[in-house]
Design a protein around this ligand. Sequence first.
Ligand code: PLP
Length: 404
Amino acid sequence: MTQRVPILNLRAQYNQVGPAIEEAVLGVLRSGNYILGEHVTELEKEIAEISGAKYGIGVANGTDALVLAIWAMDIGPGDEVITTPFTFAATVEAIVLRGAKPVFVDIEPNSFNIDPRLIEKAITKKTKAILPVHLYGLPSDMDAIMEIANRHGLKVIEDNAQGIGATYKGKPTGSFGDVASTSFYPTKNLGACGDAGMLVTNNEETAKRLRRLRAHGMDRRYFHDELGVNSRLDELQAVALRVKVPYLKEWTKRRDGVARLYSSALKGCPGITLPMVTTDGRHATPQDLTHVWHQYTIRVHASNIKDPENAERENLIKALAEKGIGSMCYYPVPLHLQTAFKKLKYKKGDFPISETVAKEVLSLPIYPELNTDDIIYVAKTLTDIMAKTSTAVAVPVAIPTLLG
Ligand SMILES: Cc1ncc(COP(=O)(O)O)c(C=O)c1O
């Protein structure tokens, strides 16, 4: 059965930009120039500009971008990187792949981003960097993070895979740290027709190093100054992305419209918390932040707080699916409890907010092409289901102390 409102609809976007992409792709195919050519160079400039940075370095995907960012900061065995356990696995894989140790810090309950108030306690002599993630498209509290990093002489690497185009106090995400990575995985706000990624930085030396690392450690062909990898970006992906770049602002505006409509239509829905534009702490107010709504993520409260699976959420996913509505949990298990990272020796209870949030989050369909009828249909269906089924005990939600 085709769903009335799927969680994603990449075809809808293709209907808009498809003809231009096909023409541009044909141009590249006929040019005979397939890797690191003029379209990669131009895309690097365009993404650097969107990110408020001087240099862009195109790479094969967002995971490679993170690995290379950590590499370029000379972070490796014996070093620690502070990050969030509530993110996509790639953030933490990249740290481990470089031989360094991820050190987790819990998140803010309302922004879902790393809680800067907990960072300082996690700093040791081995700490080399802080790696915040702008999860779901909402900026992390960058003033607080930069202040701590500067005071302790730490690098900052921003994982901007989900946050392209977002701003914090008027400055784009990606422009705060020493280096930032992003992903153009097809479902991202700016998505390629396959895998692609980008790094941005304001530091010329870092940019040079990243260019070398992505191409076998070469500045000049066949002169290998250091070890590197093959993480080149190809022209076909770059040209497809360049067709989409001029639409990004408008698409982001539409996502914001979808989010606002959801939030007003879901006001009366019992048993859930709506996403907030907040940093929970005292460094930024909602007016300081723009959210690019990579995801619109509600929290579905469990009636039995001890239920490890949160039956309410499972039932809701099924009931929505029966009504033709897609939904998804990003991410059901925080990384400190994943088998892949068990060597880090974390245990249940170490990061209680991440654990609760992972049990409760549910993302609803959001994309620029979503129409008003479908948004209202999702909100109404969700409200009806929850009104019938929710027996959630009121879970105390931390109130942000914005002006503390
Ligand atoms: C937060 C985050 N970091 C890193 C990545 C990795 O990007 P990619 O899938 O392009 O390797 C993703 C996307 O999937 C992501 O969402």
